[in-house]
Design a protein around this ligand. Structure first.
Ligand SMILES: Nc1ncnc2c1ncn2[C@@H]1O[C@H](COP(=O)(O)OP(=O)(O)OP(=O)(O)O)[C@@H](O)[C@H]1O
Ligand SMILES: Nc1ccn([C@H]2C[C@H](O)[C@@H](COP(=O)(O)O)O2)c(=O)n1
Length: 301
């Protein structure tokens, strides 16, 4: 490669000289043209303070985690030509009221990794509270989910973000009539997106007070968000017992324990509303009664 460079008509080269204490470096930029080599610039380089934000943060805000209806909407709008399904998703989004307001009944969101017991718990809660059971993304988007799952994160996550706003419309309507139980919502959208985007270990996650964990101002806020956590060995046992085909992301979660930890930690860091964390490893009955106590405490039910 260097041989090719030397053969080319003109190229730039940098040389570095360190100060005695190694804290300051002098960089000389040389330009070689034919046989002539001239110094064209001189810079001083020193170690800078650690940046306030980890560089991956720039790849998160409004590129994989969206904080307003408009930002997610705009992404799908720009995809209309190459992904025709976007038009139908946008039409559904157009029908939903922006800034949907909650009714007088409580809205309870159940979050957690796969096989932590969300379906089991949400169904029991629906029966006991005589409430409405909703999920995000809503059923009306199911037919396009696989299509958007195959797209790069920018587009895939915009689809899930819009799904939350469409679910918010249903939540607003139903919460005027009865308590509403929601299986996954914005915490899932943000936590999976952040954990996927951030490489490395748990330490690479944006710090707890980072703005990436803030709730979108225009999205209906639930009264209570419960995060179900399960010991890894119990979760593996449940997945195995269930024996259903795993999605690619689920398979990845299983293979990649670190990724699973990052998703869970991102869940825990999301604020306003923060999750109330429950150990869902005990029996179904025990988990249900613990969550019912929580609901009584937080939602005056
Ligand atoms: N508390 C519990 N104790 C033992 N088994 C449980 C408990 N809760 C759920 N299960 C079982 O674990 C399996 C996964 O539960 P469930 O389908 O409710 O999880 P999930 O979080 O909805 O999963 P996914 O997100 O992948 O759909 C099911 O076979 C269910 O019967
Ligand atoms: N509100 C939501 C719901 C789901 N997702 C994404 C996150 C995972 O990739 C996947 C998990 O869903 P499941 O397999 O449990 O149906 O879907 C999201 O981003 N936002």
């Amino acid at each position: 490669m260097l041989k090719d460079l030397v053969k080319s008509e003109e190229f730039h080269l940098c040389t570095y000289v360190s100060s005695e204490d190694g804290k300051l470096w002098q960089q000389c930029v040389w330009s070689q043209r034919g046989k002539e080599c001239t110094e064209v610039a001189k810079h001083y380089i020193t170690v800078a303070a650690k940046p306030e934000y980890h560089p991956t943060l720039l790849n998160i805000i409004n590129t994989v985690v969206y904080y307003s209806f408009e930002d997610a909407y705009r992404v799908l709008q720009e995809c209309k030509e190459c992904i025709p399904e976007s038009k139908e998703v946008l039409e559904l989004a157009d029908q939903c009221m922006k800034n949907s307001t909650k009714g007088r009944f409580p809205v309870i969101v159940i979050e957690g990794l796969d096989a932590t017991g969300k379906t089991t718990l949400t169904q029991s809660l629906q029966e006991i509270l005589r409430g409405a059971l909703l999920r995000s993304p809503p059923g009306c988007l199911s037919q396009w989910r696989a299509r958007f799952d195959a797209e790069p994160p920018l587009i895939r996550r915009a689809f899930y973000a819009l799904g939350n706003y469409i679910s918010a419309c249903d939540i607003a309507r139903e919460s005027a009539k009865s308590p509403v139980i929601v299986d996954r919502y914005w915490h899932s959208t943000a936590a999976y997106a952040i954990a996927t985007e951030v490489g490395g270990t748990l330490e690479s996650l944006p710090s707890s007070h980072s703005e990436v964990y803030r709730w979108p101002r225009d999205l209906l806020t639930p009264d209570l968000v419960v995060l179900l956590t399960v010991r890894p060995e119990e979760r593996a046992r449940r997945l195995l017992a269930r024996g259903v085909e795993k999605t690619r992301e689920e398979a990845e979660l299983e293979a990649n324990n670190l990724f699973r930890q990052k998703v869970e930690e991102a869940y825990r860091r999301i604020q306003d509303p923060a999750c109330v964390v429950i150990d869902a490893s005990p029996s179904k009955e025990e988990v249900l009664s613990e969550v019912l106590l929580l609901i009584q405490k937080h939602c005056n039910l």
